[in-house]
Write a protein that binds this ligand. Structure first.
Ligand code: SF4
Ligand code: SF4
Length: 446
């Protein structure tokens, strides 16, 4: 199987996965969703409300350390094998223009179609139309990571009420058309920040696309091309100077010059050289390996101090993410005291008022019970209506002492009381909140 075939298979699997993720739910929560409308972040079946995003820093750490670790060990494997930009360019350039319309040649990306021929112009229009339709499908799929798929299809029944969403989809699609048709691989070289930082993460053990100068010979001397023809070799250098590896390169570089930040590790040059050298009964001169394994002929070390530190940091980030995900509470509730300190009633009874906000972060409607851990106090006539999933309600809460309490002759006393909040339908769904109850000086209580 050539690298190209392996890449196409990988692209297909990634595309199916990315397209499918917005439709995958676990217990009613999405695999991945950042919903601004619901103020929720869904991750592997957990739903976090906006005030519970304590796992976000660990996910971001995981993302960045993961990128550093993968780049340090496997170079730009992301760029060649998984980046949407690369996949989109392969769909447009190789599948639509190359295979379907025979407008360009996959094996020679340095040669462009002659648009003075009307048929080529017509093919170009067909290619742009096809890519525009695909762009709209991609941007629609993209928005499903921000608008829950079940909501999206309801919204689309009344598109005029969701104009902003439609403009957003069309804007993303417009950018994709511009990016893939106009910017092309320039996006990787001049816009993507990853290509700029990856070179500082490389060392001689990093996997990359390497031309074997030991076998092939030095085509370049001090950065300048010095060998143009096979006849110029003085020894047994194997490179045929056929330039197949140069012609096929989508970023228009010559890998025989050595490491270049433009190289996206697509390995098309390696496949091209495999074909050429295969006819001579030899192996490819261009390999996917480290400088140490290909040029210095020593084993690649994966367990370097740097890589071990990356792995430790990744494991810690995963543990923190899982640990904090478990901290998620089944009910979201906020208890705030009103501005008035207390009310004094007959018989030494003192009441305090609070505003209780309950948000139902479960998938079913629930109503709630309240109780206090301290028998000296009561909650006055608390009745909750059923709260729908992902909705919240506010309640005025009156908590009072059952009798007169002799607490202090000199100052007001602040008592900490635990309040239990549970759902009526499932008593297992419960949380505790601490409230501050203010009781006046003894001489103020009748
Ligand atoms: S040199 Fe060109 S063809 Fe070879 S891996 Fe890099 S980008 Fe791809
Ligand atoms: S494809 Fe191989 S043999 Fe041909 S020029 Fe490139 S490295 Fe040399």
């Amino acid at each position: 199987m050539s690298y190209a075939q392996k890449r196409y298979l990988t692209y297909f699997l990634i595309t199916v996965f990315i397209m499918g993720v917005p439709f995958i739910t676990i217990d009613g929560n999405h695999l991945l969703l950042l919903s601004f409308e619901r103020l929720q972040f869904h991750f592997i079946g957990y739903a976090f409300n906006v005030n519970e995003l304590f796992i976000m820093p660990f996910l971001l750490m995981l993302l960045f350390i993961g990128i550093f670790a993968v780049t340090s060990m496997f170079g730009r494997v992301w760029c060649g094998w998984a980046c949407p930009q690369t996949i989109f360019r392969v769909i447009y350039r190789d599948l639509i223009e190359g295979t379907m319309l025979d407008l360009t040649r996959i094996k020679n990306k340095q040669k462009f179609a002659d648009f003075s021929k009307p048929m080529n112009l017509f093919k170009k229009v067909v290619a742009i139309t096809l890519w525009s339709v695909i762009s709209i499908i991609i941007s629609t799929n993209f928005i499903l990571y921000f608008v829950a798929s079940e909501d999206f299809f309801v919204y689309m029944q009344n598109p005029s009420e969701h104009i902003f969403m439609i403009i957003f989809i069309l804007s993303i699609a417009g950018f994709l058309v511009f990016d893939i048709l106009v910017m092309k691989e320039n996006f990787c070289q001049y816009v993507c920040p990853y290509s700029r930082v990856q070179s500082v993460l490389y060392d001689d053990d990093t996997k990359q696309v390497v031309y074997d100068t030991n076998r092939g010979g030095d085509i370049y001397t001090k950065g300048e091309k010095s060998i143009f023809n096979i006849k110029e070799w003085s020894n047994n250098e194997e490179c045929t100077t056929c330039e197949a590896c140069v012609k096929v390169c989508p970023t228009h570089i010559d890998i025989r010059k050595g490491f270049q930040f433009e190289c996206i590790n697509c390995l098309e040059c390696s496949d091209a050289c495999t074909t050429v050298m295969g006819k001579l009964g030899k192996k490819s001169l261009i390999n996917w390996g480290s400088t140490n394994s290909v040029l210095n002929k020593i084993n690649t070390k994966f367990f370097t101090q740097k890589n071990i530190m990356y792995v430790v940091a990744i494991v810690l980030s995963i543990l923190f993410t899982i640990g904090y995900a478990q901290k998620q509470e089944p009910i979201l509730a906020q208890l705030n005291k009103t501005t008035k300190l207390y009310n004094i009633k007959d018989g030494g009874i003192v009441t305090n008022n609070y505003v209780l906000t309950i948000r139902n972060n479960q998938n079913k409607p629930y109503s709630y019970n309240l109780s206090l851990d301290d028998d000296r106090f009561f909650v006055k006539r608390f009745k909750t209506k059923s709260i729908k999933p992902n909705k919240e309600s506010k309640f005025i809460l009156i908590v009072g002492s059952k009798t007169r309490l002799d607490l202090s002759d000199t100052k007001v006393t602040v008592l900490k009381i635990n309040m239990n909040i549970s759902t009526k339908e499932n008593p297992e769904l419960k949380i505790k909140r601490e409230l501050s109850f203010i009781y006046p000086r003894n001489d103020a209580v009748k």
